[in-house]
Design a protein around this ligand. Structure first.
Ligand code: BTN
Length: 262
């Protein structure tokens, strides 16, 4: 990891205040949660040994190939708007991947989309995921621990997940410079924060990149592993997934997992 480059591009006014790098670390999110990290700090490691994913799952990442990092940042945001930071972060990464490819003529013929609630899908497979934690829930200024894992140059995935997971390298057929991607992402992230004060626009942009309205899905409630098939009505501005079940009942969920039925 070229820390000099990251520092010279990213530690400045209106961007990061500090970058904390580890050659190896259990989890960047865990580190952020267990230490008193100031705002606008980026914690990053080349080798995350015990990364966590949503629903307490493991987030595996081949050492030195991918991006695993956490941004610590506070926002003045209401308790009912916390989900917006999730949607904002994934939207920004989706846009960043499009920016990255528009700078490189050799990358063509790919589809990057957002999958509710916050996965990035590249050519129908997951390429990045987000895990957020919020502190100071009772205060006006809430501290967010925004953990992001992006599969960048990983060449292969374990057979258990290789039908569902991919990397930028596998889909773009060319290596991506992790520092370049990270710099672009952080700059976009800080550049468009005004969207957090404009939830209708943010959710409209998010929805435009997810293209899920009217699609048939299988919805899984992770608490009890039950599944139901449904047709998506929309993702509401409050972040809920509104869908019509096969018996015509309309339901809205705020957590769970979906897969498209093709
Ligand atoms: C998911 O899709 O399940 C979320 C994956 C989030 C993984 C990232 S990697 C950096 C940060 N540290 C962690 O332990 N997890 C997040």
């Amino acid at each position: 990891m070229d820390l000099n480059l990251l520092n010279s591009e990213l530690t400045k006014e209106n961007l990061l205040s500090k970058i904390i790098y580890f050659d190896e670390l259990e989890s960047t999110n865990k580190y952020a949660k267990e230490n008193n990290i100031t705002d606008d700090t980026l914690i990053i490691t080349s080798h995350q040994t015990n990364g966590t994913g949503r629903f307490g799952r493991i987030w595996k990442s081949v050492p030195g190939k991918n991006l695993t990092f956490t941004i610590v940042k506070s926002f003045k945001i209401g308790i009912d708007e916390i989900h917006l930071v999730n949607f904002y972060s994934s939207y920004i990464l989706c846009e960043t991947l499009k920016n990255l490819t528009s700078n490189n003529n050799s990358i063509t013929d790919f589809e990057v989309t957002l999958k509710w609630p916050n996965d990035i899908i590249l050519n129908r497979k997951k390429v990045a995921g987000f895990l957020l934690d919020v502190r100071d829930l009772k205060k006006e200024l809430k501290k967010f621990i925004i953990g992001i894992g992006i599969n960048v140059n990983q060449e292969a995935f374990h057979e258990d997940i290789n039908l569902k997971a991919t990397s930028l390298l596998l889909e773009f057929k060319t290596e991506v410079n992790p520092e370049e991607l990270l710099i672009l992402f952080i700059k976009n992230f800080y550049d468009r924060l005004f969207l957090l004060n404009n939830k209708n626009v943010l959710m409209k942009y998010w929805n435009e990149n997810s293209n899920i309205e009217g699609k048939k899905i299988r919805f899984k409630k992770v608490e009890d592993d039950t599944e139901q098939d449904a047709t998506v009505i929309c993702i509401d501005d409050d972040g809920g997934l509104k869908m019509k079940l096969n018996d015509d009942k309309v339901k809205k969920y705020y957590s769970g997992e979906i897969s498209l039925i093709y």
